[in-house]
Design a protein around this ligand. Structure first.
Ligand code: FES
Ligand SMILES: [Fe+2]
Length: 443
């Protein structure tokens, strides 16, 4: 069970009572989605310090020199593979995409292959590990003075040391082919950051080499936390999503567990699709009795051996058909039957974030399974049969609180407590995240 660390602040006034007031954590003020100053504090405290942020999959950069540009918070970073010394494995570096000279983002492509990074502005040149190796005119320019003597003009001061001017190198954690990084070199080890319960579900998915299947990108005009809330809200899928309800992929009465780390910042929604169809959907307005698939291969679900897990929380072997993980602050990892993806939250401002979906399978998948995963991925992404609904509703939420910042949410399904549950009719994961958020930001 989780230690009840978050419950002590569920209803007590905090360090900034003016912001939250005396309301419980289950009633968030609209300003948490719209306040610019608060947003900047979130970036500094949650994205740039004390937390691990997702960067990408190792299979996105398979060869030495391959790189990918991405973001942590608003800061541009580059993930790059460097060949290891003889007999040593390759290294993966994550570097801030900000030239140490005058700040230019030297990588402009989304991905590519390089032997070194050369900044276009004044051609400072960096090794793949971020060390500065050279800069043009370091020794100045040869010239001849009025007396005909050879002289040097310009150049860097004699005490200028290349080694003092490398790129910002992030701390890197790799596990199961997934790369995380942190600007904070004091951050706790990745495994401790996730905690044993969440880590077991992470390892369940990332248990063998991955194969990249495709990437979707979308820009959602909403605060970044609303995306985390959406995937910590297991009671909306059986109501909002016509597709889930009608085809029985997620319903309120299916066997489910909500599992959090001890800080309540990460979570896993674990669930198993009902074997027998229940009549619960008939009472749900989004259920469409007459909706049929012209091509039912989209629902050609084939159980996979790795779905089985010895759940450390339930202390029993379970076989979920869906696990939705939220790794705070910036990652969602999805298994919905045979479809697998990471979803990366990249804040752009207090009211906008970019959302990047990376669909993947396993290197040893048969061609048939790859095609199945690709077909099922039509449920997800910006125009997914299911996920298009989420992008739209969280935009509506943002619009409402921008119009009235004093209005509050009510996340009280299943009470005001924060605890793991064995059903999905709950908003406990949202309360857990905000309890952690308030504690970390002293709000
Ligand atoms: S800003 Fe990069 S070399 Fe000048
Ligand atoms: Fe949803």
């Amino acid at each position: 069970m989780n230690a009840p660390i978050a419950n002590d602040i569920l209803s007590s006034p905090q360090a900034q009572p003016m912001f939250w007031g005396n309301a419980p954590t289950s009633r968030a003020p609209g300003r948490i989605y719209t306040d610019q100053e608060l947003y900047q504090r979130e970036l500094d405290t949650l994205f740039y310090k004390g937390h691990w942020c997702y960067v990408g999959l190792e299979c996105e950069i398979p060869k030495a020199g391959d790189f990918k540009r991405t973001k942590i918070g608003e800061r541009s970073v580059v993930m790059v593979r460097e060949r290891g010394r003889p007999g040593q494995p390759d290294q993966i570096h994550v570097l801030e995409n900000r030239c140490a000279h005058r700040g230019v983002a030297f990588v402009r492509e989304r991905s590519g292959n390089a032997r070194s990074f050369v900044c276009p502005y004044h051609q400072w040149t960096y090794k793949l590990n971020g060390d500065l190796v050279g800069l043009t005119f370091r020794q100045g320019v040869d010239a001849v003075d009025a007396c005909g003597e050879k002289i040097k003009q310009g150049g860097m001061p004699e005490d200028f040391q290349l080694c003092d001017h490398g790129l910002t190198k992030l701390k890197v954690a790799r596990r199961g082919g997934v790369v995380f990084a942190s600007f904070d070199h004091e951050v706790e080890p990745f495994e401790e950051y996730l905690g044993a319960d969440v880590l077991a579900y992470f390892d369940r998915i990332f248990h063998k080499p991955l194969k990249l299947l495709g990437i979707n990108r979308q820009r959602i005009p909403a605060n970044w936390k609303l995306m985390q809330e959406n995937i910590k809200d297991p009671y909306h899928p059986g109501l909002l999503h016509t597709w889930f309800v009608t085809f029985g992929l997620w319903r309120a009465d299916q066997n489910s567990q909500m599992i959090m780390d001890t800080h309540h910042r990460h979570a896993v929604m674990v669930s198993r699709r009902n074997e027998v169809s229940s009549n619960i959907a008939a009472n749900v307005t989004s259920f469409r009795e007459n909706m049929k698939l012209h091509d039912d291969r989209v629902l050609d679900v084939v159980p996979e051996a790795w779905w089985k897990l010895n759940c450390p929380v339930q202390k029993a072997e379970i076989t979920p058909t869906v696990t939705m993980m939220t790794l705070f602050p910036s990652l969602i990892i999805q298994q919905q039957v045979n479809s697998l993806s990471t979803r990366h939250i990249q804040p752009v401002s207090e009211g906008v974030f970019d959302f990047v979906w990376t669909h993947f399978g396993f290197e040893d998948d048969a061609e048939e399974m790859t095609r199945r995963r690709l077909r099922q991925s039509n449920l997800f992404g910006p125009a997914g049969f299911v996920s298009a609904d989420d992008g739209e509703v969280i935009e509506f939420v943002q619009q409402a609180y921008r119009a009235n910042e004093e209005a509050r949410t009510v996340s009280e399904m299943d009470g005001q407590e924060v605890k793991n549950t064995d059903h999905n009719v709950t908003e406990t994961l949202i309360r857990g995240m905000y309890a952690y958020w308030r504690k970390t930001l002293s709000i």
